[in-house]
Design a protein around this ligand. Structure first.
Ligand code: ATP
Length: 270
């Protein structure tokens, strides 16, 4: 069960250069995760505890997972991912068991970055704690908090969680010593979108008429993931046309297609 529920990557390939439009967030994550891993003595000398856990919150597809992978890559740490939804299990005790396995595995593989995606699945404000399902989820969350309280903050395991539903979170997980470093990862602005588009088109042959700044200008509401799809779709239009270079026209066609597919949620369009 362990292998199925967790994704383990001894050397993730994502680098900071692959991440666009959220420079400030990259800086904050590096400060919260890299420094404690690489210079624990600094914290000892200054006499403070580094942030315990980092919580990334914001809309889907904005680069939260990439950030966690990049920081693991940069610190030569093993990346261990678990989805919060995986921790919600049918049988009593199964969720807690997985949490224990998760931290055990991290100890075996340290230095390690634990990434818990969709943390809201196990850490929502209690809706109706009388139902047994909720009680079980609650126990899983308590186990997670216990593990976090139990490990050495200056040790070689860092924990990052992510959510799209910050408003739903139980405040218990945000207390000092738990997820005490909050970093909002928003959708990119126009300049950020252009940067992300540059990243996702850097291996493509762009025709001379392509201006990524212009393409990105009116894509309000696009996430990084949407921009990655846009680049792929534009490439598909070129291929359909038997070309290897991708033109401005291809990007316009791709934009239209994504809007039709409704795969991009643009505010104010519905
Ligand atoms: P979710 O909340 O849905 O898990 P997420 O915020 O973790 O989403 P990622 O998994 O990091 O999003 O991003 C998905 C894909 O979208 C990435 O693999 C990448 O191709 C692209 N992407 C997202 N954000 C960025 C970004 N800031 N810069 C470059 N590419 C991005």
């Amino acid at each position: 069960a362990r292998a199925q529920a967790m994704e383990v990557d001894a050397s993730p390939e994502v680098t900071y250069d692959d991440i666009g439009g959220i420079d400030e967030q990259v800086r904050e994550v590096r400060e919260a995760v890299e420094d404690p891993l690489e210079r624990p003595d600094m914290f000892r000398e200054v006499g403070i505890d580094p942030p315990s856990g980092v919580l990334l919150y914001g809309p889907p597809g904005t680069g939260k997972t990439m950030l966690a992978k990049a920081v693991a890559n940069h610190t030569d740490a093993t990346f261990i991912k678990m989805a919060g939804s995986e921790l919600v299990r049918k049988f009593i005790g199964e969720g807690s068991r997985l949490v224990r396995d998760l931290f055990e595995l991290a100890k075996e593989r340290e230095p390690a970055v634990i990434f818990i995606d969709e943390i809201d699945a196990v850490a929502s404000k209690r809706t109706d704690s009388k139902t047994s399902g909720d009680a079980e989820v609650q126990r899983t969350m308590m186990q997670l908090l216990n593990e976090m309280d139990g490990f050495d903050e200056r040790g070689e395991i860092r924990i990052i969680a992510a959510t799209n539903r910050f408003d739903m979170l139980d405040e218990a997980i945000l207390r000092p010593g738990r997820f005490d470093r909050l970093i909002e990862v928003p959708k990119p602005d126009a300049a950020g979108r252009a940067h992300i588009l540059d990243i996702h088109t850097r291996d493509m042959q762009l025709a001379g008429d392509v201006d990524t700044t212009e393409v990105a200008a009116d894509l309000d509401g696009y996430s990084g993931a949407d921009l990655a799809s846009l680049a792929t779709e534009a490439g598909m239009f070129a291929i359909r046309d038997g070309r290897t270079d991708v033109t401005h026209e291809d990007f316009l066609a791709a934009k239209e297609k994504l809007a039709e597919d409704d795969s991009v949620e643009v505010p104010g369009l519905d």
